[in-house]
Structures are given as C-alpha cells and as structure tokens.
Design a protein around this ligand. Structure first.
Ligand code: GDD
Ligand code: MN
Length: 373
C-alpha cells in the first residue's frame, strides 16, 4: 500500500474525527458528569399559581376532544385553570367541537379565539397571550397527551424562583410506530436532562411547555419570524438569567405522523436550526454555565453536520485524483458501518439537519402542512 502523506486525506480524517468526537465527548460528559449533579431546586408546595393553558389548533378535529378531556382530568385545581383555544381558520370544525365541549364542562373556564387568517402557531400563541389571565402560561399542542400529574409536577418545579420555564420528555403515543430510533432518543433525552441540571436546555417541546408569564412578556412573547416557538422562547428566558428545565421523569405522549415522517423531522430540524441561528448574536450575554451549552448545541446543530459531506468530498477527491487507496478504504468503512443501527441513525439525523439548513434558505415552514397522525 502506498503510504505517502496525502494532505487532502489528512484533512478529511480530521473532519471525520471532529464530527464524531465532539458529540460523543459531550454526551459522555453529560452522561457521567452532569447527570450526577443535584438539581439544586428549591421547590415550594404552596406555589399554586393561576394557569392559562393555550392549545393552538389548526385542523385538530380528530384529537381536540380527547385533548380537552385530558386537560380536564389533570390533578391541578380546576378553579385555577383557564383553557385558551386559539384556532387559525380550521376548516374541519375544530372550533365547533371546542364550543360543544365547553358547553358540557361548565366547571372549567374555556376561552376561544378564532383568528381570521392563518399566520402560524407563534402568532396564534401571542394572540392567546393577550387574553391569558394566569401567572403561568402553558403551551399544550393539540396532538399531545399528558399523564394526570404532568401539569402539577411542571408547576411544582416552576415554584423555584430561579426557574422560568419547564418542559417535558416525549414518547410516541403508539409505541412501535415510526419514531426516532430508541438509541437516538436516549442520547437526546440525556442531553436535555443534563443541560437542565447545569442551568437550562435550549431545546423545549410544545407538547408541554410551561412559562412564567411575566418573563414571556419581558421577551416580547413568542417569535413569529421562526418556527421554534418552544425552544427559542426557553432559550431567551435562560438568557434573562432564569432556568429553563426538562426534569428527568416528566413524560408526555405525542402523536407521530402516520405518513411523511421524514418531512416532519426535517421541518422540526429546520425550526431548531432557526432557533440556534437567531440566538447566535446573544450567546455572549448568556449566563456562564448556559453559554457553554449554547455554544456546543449551536455547533452540533449548525456546523457539525456539514463536516461529513465536506470530508466525503475530500475523500472522493483523494481517491480519484490521487488514487490514494487509504481514502478508498476509509470511504468503504464509512459505508459498511451503515449496517450498524446507531451509526445509521446518527447519519440520518445529520442528513436531516443538512437538508433542513438548505430548505431554510427558501422556505422557513412558519406555516406548515397538517400531517395526519
Ligand atoms: N392556531 C394555530 N395556527 N395553531 C397551529 C398552527 C397555526 O397556524 N399550525 C400548527 N398549529 C398547532 C397544531 O394544531 C398543534 O396543536 C401545534 O400547533 C403543533 O403543531 P403540529 O402540526 O403538531 O406540529 P409538530 O408536532 O411537528 O410541532 C413540533 O415542532 C414545532 C416546532 O418545530 C412541536 O414540538 C411544536 O410544539 C413546535 O412548535
Ligand atoms: Mn405535534
């Protein structure tokens, strides 16, 4: 074998190395160092704020009744709850179902806001915010299901004066349906919890996202120019110096699309990329512990995926132009490894992020197609 020094091959190997080492080291550090840390929360049982639960809806007739029942059966005091359904011109009768449900449940306050056109989820949330009378505002996506104690547990964490926002971990409602592979979900969840223990996680979930209202007002409400209303809002609250946390045992169920799983994941990746991009100019103002998290997560979402195609191009160049057999072997190994599931899942995620970044250049998906679930 010809073992001449090949600078192109060397650069490619460095890129591949960095691509895998950064997330792996971050994960190991999170798993074995940060996860052991105490929560350092000062929780008060007397904290029972008035809560406005906002359900944004666009054509949710199939699920909205079950969602309202689910909220109704929460173990949080009902007289402290207010449900605000904000609908953006659904054409499937969502609002009629909400009206009928409200008529049959007089012991819970329901406000219905019917928008005259569809301007996206965040816009609708801001609209709801104006009508919210609670001290706490909760985003409750229509297609999610909460365990009975989900809300009360989130609120109890919010009782810490330093906590500004709380969210959840997610499970697919029907196990076994297409979903992110188990391994990836574990990786993802551990990062969320570890980051929360340190200070805050920059990734939140609209299936259950709880915010102190005064903080929402301080940051000017939800962002209407990007899609990640949940993650970006949590990040902004963390930048104000409050914690935005996902506790380790607060699970909610989400419906996963029956078709179009890939485009669903790509859209979510698009929104996360938008959130991390929008936050870049503010990273320097972040509280110390959170700054590191933001730097690493922004890197992992915005830069790291691109090292792979870059390395592939270099390897192909070195293999074809310089006929370097080592490059051919490296490419071969990269392809062979695809038979290993965690590796394949990881590569798929990277592809989603790359496609999402490209799609963001021409369509930000602020208003997205409703997928059947
Ligand atoms: N009012 C209103 N107007 N509600 C909307 C609109 C709109 O234009 N578009 C979507 N919604 C509602 C849906 O009815 C649902 O209750 C919720 O917003 C989330 O929409 P889904 O269609 O379920 O999207 P998803 O599950 O892929 O969204 C995920 O990612 C988003 C950001 O990328 C969730 O995590 C969302 O919470 C998150 O905002
Ligand atoms: Mn959803």
């Amino acid at each position: 074998m010809d073992l001449r020094f090949d600078p192109i091959l060397s650069i490619a190997l460095v890129l591949v190395g960095v691509h895998f080492i950064v997330p792996i080291v971050y994960y190991l550090y999170a798993r074995f160092r940060l996860l052991e840390k105490p929560w350092n929360l000062s929780i008060s049982d007397v904290y029972k704020p008035k809560v406005s639960i906002v359900i944004p809806t666009y054509n949710e007739a199939g699920v909205i009744r079950e969602r309202l029942d689910n909220i109704y059966s929460q173990d949080y005091p009902r007289d402290l709850l207010e449900v605000i359904v904000v609908d953006s011109m659904s054409s499937d009768g969502t609002i009629d179902i909400v009206r009928e449900w409200s008529y049959n449940h007089h012991d819970i306050k329901v406000k219905i806001i019917s928008e005259e056109d569809r301007r996206g989820k965040a816009y609708a949330l801001n609209n709801a915010l104006r009508y919210a009378s609670g001290d706490v505002v909760v985003i409750a996506d229509a297609d999610a299901i909460w365990p009975r104690d989900a809300l009360s547990r989130a609120i109890s964490i919010l009782s810490d004066p330093l906590v500004g926002a709380v969210s959840c971990l997610k499970k697919p409602l029907k196990p076994g349906v297409m979903g992110v592979e188990e391994g990836y979900r574990q990786y993802y969840n551990i990062l969320r919890i570890a980051e929360s223990k340190v200070w805050a996680t920059p990734v939140f979930h609209g299936e259950l996202a709880v915010f102190k209202k005064d903080l929402l007002e301080r940051i000017g409400g939800f962002p209407v120019d990007i899609g990640a209303d949940d993650s970006y809002t949590a990040t902004r609250i963390a930048l104000l110096g409050y914690r935005a946390v996902i506790p380790e045992d607060l699970w909610v169920y989400e419906r996963v699309p029956s078709r179009g799983y890939t485009s669903w994941r790509i859209r979510r990746a698009q929104h996360l990329i938008q959130s991390f991009t929008k936050i870049i100019p503010e990273i320097r103002r972040a509280p110390k512990q959170f700054k590191k998290i933001l730097l690493v997560e922004s890197y992992i979402h915005l830069v790291n995926p691109w090292l792979l195609p870059l390395a592939t191009i270099l390897l192909l160049t070195s293999a074809t132009l310089h006929h370097n057999p080592t490059s051919i072997v490296v490419i071969g190994i990269g392809i062979l490894l695809l038979t290993i599931k965690p590796y394949r899942t990881w590569i798929t995620m990277q592809l989603y992020l790359i496609i999402a970044a490209i799609k963001n250049l021409y369509n930000k998906e602020i208003i997205w197609i409703k997928q059947s679930k």
